[in-house]
Design a protein around this ligand. Structure first.
Ligand code: BTN
Length: 257
């Protein structure tokens, strides 16, 4: 498969590294010198980081690890929505390039056949109270064939589709899909425009979930997202709650999703 769709300016500047500690750290270190939309991509990472202080295991040769540097004119409180924009871009790109039914586990995991194939880590840098930049780090397990036994819900596109996938084609498609969504997001500063498409991909929808809130865990049913990307859940007493991605983690009650 060849690269057919090309983004106009996202990824206009691309830095490739054979190995690095973390592409998110690279993007942070180089943020002053790099333009809006620059991408740093690495074949392996020695200190790949995930959400909630976790490590992102990043062996060489098989996967995609990249970070996108953005310098938007955006209220800092709107930055968390960019994780959902990237999640939908990855889900669309996986469908386009691999033909796989990619779903989103709110807010930042992409799931194929119930297994996690991608994680997204969004980090924001403020200057006073203004946004200086946002870095969206994406790790996609593309052709990895074996996983540590502890990672029982992790898989790769190759394992789930039975085919070796082209990393360059997938990266180009993710950047293209992201650019299409991001340009609209910048105009609207809301997720209303992609709400219905996002919910079609939302694997949690209608499912029982456990909300790991720092104030106390509780069980609920995922009802969807609102226009700012919070998860809306229904509790057993009939009340609804909105869950903000920065604060909580969501677990499926009967497995990973
Ligand atoms: C998660 O699911 O916890 C998010 C994982 C994000 C991993 C990617 S790999 C590229 C970028 N560099 C990092 O150190 N992390 C992100």
């Amino acid at each position: 498969m060849n690269i057919t769709k090309k983004s106009k300016w996202i990824g206009g500047s691309i830095i490739y590294k054979e190995s690095t500690d973390s592409t998110n750290l690279d993007a942070t270190r180089m943020s002053d010198r790099l333009p809006d939309g620059a991408v740093i991509v690495a074949d392996s990472q020695t200190a790949g980081s995930g959400r909630r202080g976790r490590t992102w295991v990043s062996p060489a040769g098989d996967n995609l690890y990249f970070s996108l540097l953005l310098k938007p004119d955006l209220e800092p409180r709107n930055a968390a929505m960019l994780t959902l924009v990237m999640a939908l871009a990855v889900a669309r790109a996986v469908k386009e390039t691999c033909g796989a039914q990619a779903m989103i586990k709110w807010p930042n995991d992409i799931v194929v056949q119930g297994k996690k194939i991608c994680g997204i880590l969004t980090q924001m840098q403020l200057k006073g109270t203004d946004m200086e930049h946002v870095i969206i780090g994406v790790g996609i397990n593309v052709n990895q064939s074996r996983f540590e036994t502890g990672l029982k819900y992790a898989s790769s596109l190759q394992r789930e589709t039975g085919k070796v996938q082209d990393r360059a084609v997938l990266l180009a498609e993710v950047l293209y899909q992201f650019e299409v969504l991001y340009e609209q997001f910048l105009v609207e500063q809301s997720l209303e425009f992609m709400h219905s498409d996002y919910e079609k991909c939302l694997v949690n929808l209608g499912r029982e979930v456990q909300i790991l809130d720092p104030k106390g865990a509780y069980e609920a049913v995922a009802l969807g997202i609102n226009e700012i990307g919070e998860l809306v859940v229904g509790k057993s007493d009939g009340s609804t709650e909105t869950v903000y991605a920065g604060e909580v983690s969501v677990r499926g009650l009967f497995g990973y999703v």
